[in-house]
Structures are given as C-alpha cells and as structure tokens.
Write a protein that binds this ligand. Sequence first.
Ligand code: ADP
Ligand code: NI
Length: 220
Amino acid sequence: MVHLVQSRVKAYFLDKEGSHDWYHIKRVLELSREIHAIEGGNKELVELCALLHDVSDHKYNGGDYELGGAVAREWIMDAGGSDELANQVSLIVPKISYKGANVEDQKLPIEGQIVRDADRLDAIGAIGVARAFAYGGSKNRPLFNPDIKPVMHDSKEAYLNAKTHTVNHFYEKLLKIKDRIETASGKIIAKQRHEFMVSFLEQFHSEWNIKASYDDWFKS
Ligand code: ADP
Ligand code: NI
C-alpha cells in the first residue's frame, strides 16, 4: 500500500519547482526512516506522513492549511489503506507546516514529530540554502534588500502573506528551526546544518557590504 501511495506521490511531484519537488519528498522519506530507526513508532504511519505531507501545500492550494489532511486521507483510501491509518495521517499532516516565528507548533505523536523534524531538516543546511533561493526565484523575489528587515510573524496569515526577499526567510524561519526540532537524533543533525547556514549568511553579508557582518545587519 505504501508503494502505491509512493508511485502516485512521485508522479504528482515530478515536475514541481525545485524547492518542493519529488526529491524533497524522497529526502524527507529517507531522513524520516533514519530518525524512526532510532526513535521508534509506527513505521508505516511515518512513511505515509512523509510521502503525503506536502500533497496539498497551503502555498499552492490558495492558503488552505486543512485541505492537506483530507487529500492525504483520500490517497490512502484509494491505495487500499485502512480507515484508521488514513485518519491518523490526516490528523498529522496539517500540523507539519511552519506557521510563523511567534506561532507555537502543535503537539504531535512521535510519528508526526519525526516527519516534521525531517521536513524541517531539509529546509536548513546546504539544501536549505538551495531550496530557499529556488523558491524565492520561482516567486520572482530579490535575493536580498538591506532596507527590508525580517518580521517575526504572530499568525500564520501574516507569515503566509509576507512577500519579502529571500535572505529574510532565513531570519523568519530557517534560523529558528534548530530550536524547534523535537527528536534527539534530529537535534544532532540540525546543529551542523544550522552552523553551515550561519556561515553562509556571514559570507553573504560580507560580500554584499564589506563592513557589515551578519549580526550587524540583523541588529541595525
Ligand atoms: P513547511 O514545510 O514548514 O510548510 P514551507 O513549505 O513553507 O515549509 O517551506 C519549505 C521550504 O520552501 C522552505 O524551507 C524554503 O526553502 C522554501 N520557502 C518557503 N517560503 C519561502 C520564502 N518566503 N522564501 C524563501 N523560501 C521559502
Ligand atoms: Ni515539505
């Protein structure tokens, strides 16, 4: 059954933009399996949540955060999965997405924590840098604008409607991820990927303006 779902997901994501393509789903699936091997939980549930976590992403479905659960449920039923499994997945999927710097994450069972961690780990480090600029490019956003500072959003609506330059996305989300990872194994992976992003930003700011370090820009 997981294989059937996987084929459908792969076909659906194959031609999507680089930040949210099939390889993003595949990396989240593989990282989720690695974390699951250490943390435990229901493996099938982990795999299905990883495969289905972005099937109806709010950024691409007109801003509906809840639709993802219903679509995931339908795809599991279509593949012959049980009602119980479909229900469990449909409750986890809408809680995976990041909703703003000042918006608390919703509680998840271990299977959901694993997939949310894996999804967030794929948003940081070298791949995170690549994905952020791919996404920004797809929306025709500037790389950076020193006059527009980051905003810590208090609601998912404000976060979703923000259309800023891509460097701000690091301050508004990507640098926050390290402290929002829940599993012990995820935290270890996050530390190194976070450090890489910090050094990327330092280099970026030093090339942009010889005088400004990454800290100076953020605080100025
Ligand atoms: P989540 O999986 O928590 O819902 P998103 O799908 O919003 O997260 O974002 C996944 C990735 O897409 C981000 O980590 C980033 O690489 C890219 N992305 C999303 N929004 C932006 C943005 N405003 N600027 C740059 N990249 C973005
Ligand atoms: Ni994702």
